[in-house]
Design a protein around this ligand. Sequence first.
Ligand code: ATP
Length: 318
Amino acid sequence: MRSYSLTAAAKINLHLEIIGDRPDGFHELAMVLQSVDLCDRIDLRPLSTDQIRVHCNHPEVPVDQRNLAYKAAALMAAEFPDTFAQYGGVEINIHKQIPVGAGLAGGSTNAAAVLVGLDLMWQLGLTQSELQELGARLGSDVPFCVVGGTMLATGRGEELAPLPDLNQIYVVLAKYRSLSVSTAWAYQTFRQQFGHAYVSNVQELETRRQRVHSGPMVAAIAHRNNTEIGQRLYNDLERIVLPEYPQVQRLREQFQQQGVLGTMMSGSGPTVFALTESQTQAEQVRERVQVAIADPDLELWVAPLTNTSIRIASSRPV
Ligand code: ATP
């Protein structure tokens, strides 16, 4: 048997549009998702007992059944009971670098890494779409996190269509350490405030889904027009989160003043990101925003966009 060390990338939303309600209680979404090379490390080690054990270096991340990485391992054990009985349990060590509760899919990408890692460790030979189907049972962002890159996502976010890779773009991410936003709260509040405008008939739903396929962000990506990509960033949830958290609004304004390609809140926030065309420019923007805001609670990162999500960093026999 082998142990595996994997890296799991964060995601940002280049486009997030809420179209309506779904019969399953989730929102119908149209999104463009993008992997960012800011990664957690997930170490998987076989255990001789039948336990699933999780450790994490971040104090706010639960290490029991609530952890998405734990849930991923439990799902694999339930789906493949004979293999689980044969190979035994697993110890999962999560080294967090992706900020928690940040709108960067940190938990989802950890779950995706466990699915990919256990498939290897247990020699199951699952296909990418089988892994994505398992991922969809854990959370809407997990199927994307299994593959990564640049994707158009519809439905709950699990119906994915690949878009051309974006290479020469850097991202500056900023988040107040003490601030986190509940994804459930953001979507519920959006429903309360804007639910009256939701699309309800099936045909209109399909029209709106199709519109994003031929929409300006997808066109900008197809033409690899970085200026246009920056200008077309869009997130419906800003309408909820920015009025509630003025410091996030100010952060966004600071980025705007730095001559970046574009700036936007990611997912349900509160992380704000800005896109630049070079690492040098990204580092300059990071420094200037750090100086302008001068708050020790503010954390900033610079990372390139990436076309992969889960990578095997190392593997060795045990
Ligand atoms: P998303 O963008 O998918 O909504 P997020 O980036 O906003 O997610 P996460 O970092 O995934 O948020 O964390 C949300 C909550 O999930 C945290 O408050 C934490 O308690 C819980 N959680 C469970 N498992 C994990 C994990 N492996 N990593 C981080 N948080 C986790």
